[in-house]
Design a protein around this ligand. Structure first.
Ligand code: PLP
Length: 430
């Protein structure tokens, strides 16, 4: 692409495009040159000028096996030869059937699970909420219509999913259209709810092991076990938002498997297709699904769905991604990589007075910087500086996120850590 074509493209970008979570005045400032990505390969993405960057946040936490993975590419091409999409209302297709079968076997070995498809994390959560609500109506307990969610939670941006969220910049403005949520911050907090409050709960929603958008906050070990017990004891459904944690990110296939619990409902999205296509799945325990089975006039049918539900290209990508986990023994190599990442980050913290805390689980890491009175938006500036050293990532406040594709090489992993170190040094000083 020559200079003229590039400047035309950027002019059109500035004239017509609106980006999520983005201050558009800054973005469209003539002095700000937008990063235009044109291709990827493995853990790398390349911009319009041919510069390469390690995809340090896996393209917003979606990518699992790297970009342009030949096996996933081929599976999508093969599906394209059949069709790209057909309706899932009144018909089914082999890819969706096979994927549901494999997801259920991986998620709840030896126990039956249902798979309800949708398009992204928010819709997988919306579906879970509506299923939970209708479940209690069918069971004759309509008073159970409220949801409990945690402090610092993030479950998506559609109105229903964002009702559960507790990050003020994202959620406060829309509080008028949010349904009331019971906000808790710990197991103790949950235990302190009065019987009156408890009896109105349809479900508790949690991001297992780690709260992502809330700042890469790790839950205490054993919390999921306690929560599962508490929910069972009080006849309240447990919804696990595995949108970030599923598909190997934390070291096991699913977050909940680290504590060997089975929630009643769970949401998968981001990594489901290996980061290729928007597809989501709400996993439902068979006992919950069973309540929805009844004659046409029993009112048990779930009236929820989207036009692209169970998209065939997405299902093909997801099946291929699951294959790659087996072919490449992805989970087998993870402990070594996670240990290498931990060592690298510990060295970084030891040598920098600007690092406040490192938080890590599997290949998800957050490097929290000391709050600075001198530097405004430190996290964003450090990420921008790290970009010059070949790392692309985004911060959450003053926490730098490092969450590369799972098959990143060891040298690349160390290079990513080094880029963060150089970025911190440039912005905060030695
Ligand atoms: C990203 C995310 C969501 C929302 O998913 P989208 O695909 O962006 O709608 C929900 N929950 C968690 C834990 C997430 O990380």
């Amino acid at each position: 692409m020559n200079t003229l074509e590039k400047s035309l493209l950027i002019e059109q970008e500035r004239n017509h495009v609106w980006h999520p979570f983005t201050c558009m005045q800054e973005w469209n400032d003539p002095l700000h040159e937008p990063l235009v990505l044109v291709r990827g390969q493995g853990a790398w993405v390349y911009d319009i000028d041919g510069l390469g960057y390690i995809d340090g946040n896996s393209s917003i936490w979606t990518n699992i096996h790297g970009h342009k993975h030949p096996y996933i590419d081929a599976a999508i091409s093969a599906q394209l030869d059949r069709f790209a999409h057909v309706s899932f209302l009144g018909a089914t297709h082999p890819g969706a059937i096979e994927l549901a079968t494999r997801l259920a076997a991986l998620w709840s070995p030896g126990k039956a699970s249902r798979v309800f498809y949708s398009d992204d994390g928010s819709t997988a959560i919306e579906a879970a909420l509506k299923i939970a609500l209708q479940y209690w109506q069918i069971r004759g307990r309509p008073e159970k219509h409220r949801f409990a969610a945690f402090q610092h939670a993030y479950h998506g941006d559609t109105a229903g999913a964002s009702s559960l969220g507790a990050i003020s910049a994202f959620h406060d403005r829309f509080s008028a259209i949010h349904f009331p949520t019971v906000r808790v911050s710990s197991m103790d907090n949950l235990r302190q709810l009065t019987a009156l409050e408890r009896n109105t709960l349809a479900a508790v929603v949690i991001e297992p092991l780690i709260q992502g958008v809330g700042g890469m906050r790790l839950w205490p070990q054993g919390l999921l076990v306690d929560l599962r017990e508490w929910c069972t004891e009080h006849d309240i459904l447990l919804i696990a938002d595995e949108v970030l944690t599923a598909f190997g990110r934390t070291g096991s296939m699913f977050g909940c498997q680290k504590e060997e619990i089975l929630p009643d409902l769970a949401a998968f999205a981001k990594g489901l297709t290996g980061g290729y296509l928007p597809l989501a799945a709400t996993m439902v325990r068979e006992e919950v699904f069973d309540a929805f089975v009844g004659p046409h006039d029993s009112g048990r049918t779930l009236f929820y769905g989207h036009s692209y539900t169970a998209n065939a290209l997405g299902c093909a990508a997801a099946l291929a991604s699951l294959d790659v986990f087996e072919i490449e023994n992805t989970l087998g190599y993870l402990p070594e990589k996670a240990a290498l990442l931990a060592t690298g980050l510990a060295a970084l913290a030891a040598h920098s007075p600007h690092v406040r805390e490192i938080r890590q689980i599997g290949l998800i890491a957050g490097v929290e910087l000391q709050p600075s009175r001198h530097v405004d938006r430190t996290g964003a500036r450090v990420c921008l500086a790290a970009r010059k050293h070949g790392l692309l990532t985004r911060p959450i406040g003053d926490t730098i996120v490092l969450m590369p594709p799972l098959n990143i090489g060891e040298q690349e992993l160390l290079q990513a850590v080094q880029a963060i170190g150089l970025g911190i040094r440039e912005v905060c000083g030695p």
